[in-house]
Design a protein around this ligand. Structure first.
Ligand code: MBD
Ligand code: FE
Length: 306
């Protein structure tokens, strides 16, 4: 027997009261959103016959998720952040915006304010020398016709050989593997860094706890994140996911897309200023023109150090 009360007039008007509809202050927008959350939560509780124990387990889970700062990780792992990309792609398509490098998720590990360099940056602090393979990353920022975009900001960040990111991994130096590179007159950016390893969720954290119950792993392929911006062009949030990685097409955050796979080439030919084996990665980005200056900005998502 399933008893349901959420659709009764009494309960619906009770939810409206709880969502602030009986007062004239606060935010009308938030009131509408909270009302819908209450209505849909009630429907889930009824339709799936959520038990008291399940409900309070979920409340405690949210406390633990926030306590560990993993809310952004869970939304990536459940594919909700990728869904937002799919929705934006469809909206763009609807109004005829197309072309250029595909967008993909930002993820939860950006830190604002990385050092700025013209044309070239050394990104790693040298502490993994011996363990890491030196990586030479270079390419151009182009418009949709293939013309170079000079003065574009290539804001990039990636993990170290253990798959961890500076700031979130306090054992790394400040802004290690995070830089902003301004493209030169040919639209070119160049970086010397280290080949990153893939990221794995903390096996003891609340996100992995949920993934375990879904029968899923919490691994990402090796990848490099980018914000690309330039006056007159649409902001681009994207990633290069590295070829040859076991998780390339089995990414727990669903960020790998056609057009975003980077071919890493390993060489040992003495052509670069390093001893032994090194890696080369070339990747160009193409930007769409912006309709207005707001399209040139990244979202106002709260981020570390801003
Ligand atoms: C990452 O490095 C990442 O890029 C995403 C999307 C989620 C967790 C860790
Ligand atoms: Fe990442």
């Amino acid at each position: 027997m399933t008893v349901k009360v959420s659709q009764t007039a009494d309960v619906q008007s009770f939810f409206k009261e709880a969502a602030g509809f009986n007062n004239n202050s606060g935010s009308p927008r938030l009131k509408s959103i909270v009302l819908r959350v209450l209505q849909d939560t009630a429907k889930i509780v009824e339709d799936l016959q959520i038990t008291e124990n399940e409900f309070w387990f979920a409340v405690d889970y949210l406390n633990r998720l926030g306590g560990r700062g993993e809310a952004g990780l869970l939304v990536a792992g459940l594919g909700i952040e990728h869904f937002l990309d799919l929705l934006q792609d469809a909206k763009d398509n609807e109004i005829g915006l197309s072309g250029g490098t595909p967008r993909t998720i930002e993820g939860p590990l950006y830190v604002a304010g990385a050092p700025v360099h013209n044309g070239f940056a050394r990104m790693d602090d040298g502490t993994e020398e011996g363990a890491a393979t030196t990586m030479f990353l270079e390419g151009q920022v182009l418009d949709l016709e293939g013309n170079p975009v000079a003065g574009a900001t290539v804001d990039l960040w990636h993990a170290n050989t253990r798959g961890t990111y500076s700031f979130f991994d306090q054992s790394q130096s400040e802004f290690n593997l995070r830089r902003r590179i301004i493209t030169d007159a040919d639209g070119r950016y160049r970086a010397q860094s280290i080949v990153p390893s893939g990221y794995g969720c903390d096996p003891k954290g609340p996100t992995q706890e949920c993934l375990d119950l879904l029968g899923r792993h919490g691994q990402r392929p090796a990848h490099i994140h980018f914000f690309i911006s330039a006056p007159g062009y649409r902001h681009l949030t994207t990633q290069i996911n590295l070829s040859g990685d076991k998780y390339l097409w089995d990414d727990f955050a669903y960020a790998t897309r056609d057009g975003l796979v980077g071919e890493v080439v390993f060489r040992d030919d003495g052509q670069r200023d390093v001893t032994g084996r090194y890696a080369e990665l070339q990747f160009n980005f193409q930007l769409q023109p912006s309709a207005d200056t707001s399209a040139e900005q990244r979202s106002s998502r709260p981020r570390a150090l801003q």
